[in-house]
Write a protein that binds this ligand. Structure first.
Ligand code: EPU
Length: 301
């Protein structure tokens, strides 16, 4: 989708920059996605004005975080992509509280907190992506989830057109699911973290890194796990037991390292990846009677 010169000029007045014709294959860890114009926001407090402008101009839009858990359609996209202001560095500590921008890097935040002897998030160290994406999905690994540490979230509520602050206790954090509205935009979070000596946190981080290196295809293009684990089960094990490691549609391939990671082994399209997802889901349904639910977020045209 192309932004008109008139809309671009109004966006510039709000400090936002427009980058025309950007391929989402460069913005996502899967290396898949079509082309659209991007808007880079300058300040959080201009978001309500920018959103009103986009509504006035009838410009559909989506916010992209780290791009590490999303599968985006091929071709010219019918929406523009918005980016929050870059976090520089995007975090500060006060006692047991960490105040973090949604655009900050999740792993960087875990390390920063560790250096201030604040722990509890060791398991999240190797989860790629932004803090905002982690909040929305309630990212988790190795027994850690971000949700229980959340004290407050500042967000843009599309429903009211305002920036609001929610208490952590008013937000539901479930397995890879939260009670945020789909069009809420995470802006900042206040986390409360337990004290732990840096050395101890570092030891925990090392263990998680080693486990991840041993079981996941970290050097290949992926969006992490494609399916959620069904209650009491493991999607990866089920797919593996069907002998599907290495199974492919075009360049979209079931990782030969971890069967719930689907990788872009070359120049996979979104269409290839969707066909592979449907094919594997169907085979698991036929063999196990279980309908696997996507963990990856899919943005279709
Ligand atoms: N397994 C296989 N074959 C495989 C993959 C796994 O037999 O190809 C078996 C493993 O041996 C193990 C079991 O399945 O007994 C579970 O595997 P693993 O420990 O790798 O964890 P997972 O349930 O597949 C989950 C999260 C990961 C997270 C890890 C570590 C989901 C969908 N996935 O994977 O998160 O990193 O635990 O905590 O919940 C993600 O969210 O994108 C993600 C990768």
């Amino acid at each position: 989708m192309r932004i008109s010169d008139k809309a671009a000029a109004r966006l510039k007045e709000l400090g936002a920059a427009v980058r025309p014709g950007v391929s989402m294959s460069e913005q996502t860890s899967l290396g898949i996605g079509g082309t659209t114009d991007e808007i880079l926001l300058a300040r959080y407090d201009t978001i309500p004005q920018v959103m009103r402008l986009l509504a006035d101009e009838h410009i559909p839009h989506r916010f992209l975080g780290g791009g590490t858990n999303v599968l985006i359609a091929d071709g010219e996209l019918p929406w523009v992509m918005l980016h929050l202001p870059a976090a520089r560095p995007g975090w500060r500590i006060e006692g047991h509280a960490a105040y973090v921008d949604a655009s900050a890097d999740l792993g960087g935040m875990v390390t920063f907190c560790a250096k201030h002897d604040l722990g509890g998030m060791e398991g999240l160290i190797g989860v790629p992506g932004s803090v905002g994406g982690a909040l929305r999905m309630n990212a988790g690994a190795y027994g850690t989830q971000i949700g229980p540490h959340v004290k407050e979230v500042e967000l843009y509520r599309a429903a009211t057109g305002e920036i609001e602050t929610l208490r952590g206790s008013d937000i539901r954090f479930d397995y890879r699911h939260t009670s945020f509205a789909p069009d809420d935009v995470m802006l900042r979070v206040k986390l409360e973290l337990p004290s732990k000596p840096f050395k101890e946190i570092l030891a925990g981080i090392k263990v998680c890194n080693e486990k991840r290196r041993a079981s996941q295809p970290l050097n290949q293009k992926s969006a992490g796990c494609i399916f959620k684990n069904p209650p009491g089960g493991s999607a990866g094990r089920m797919i593996d037991e069907l002998g599907l490691k290495g199974h492919r549609v075009g360049d979209a391939m079931v990782s030969d390292r971890h069967a719930n990671f689907f990788v872009n082994a070359g120049h996979a399209s979104c269409s290839d990846m969707l066909k592979l997802i449907d094919d594997v889901r169907g085979r698991v349904r036929a063999a196990n009677g279980i309908e696997l639910e996507n963990e990856v977020i899919v943005w279709r045209n």
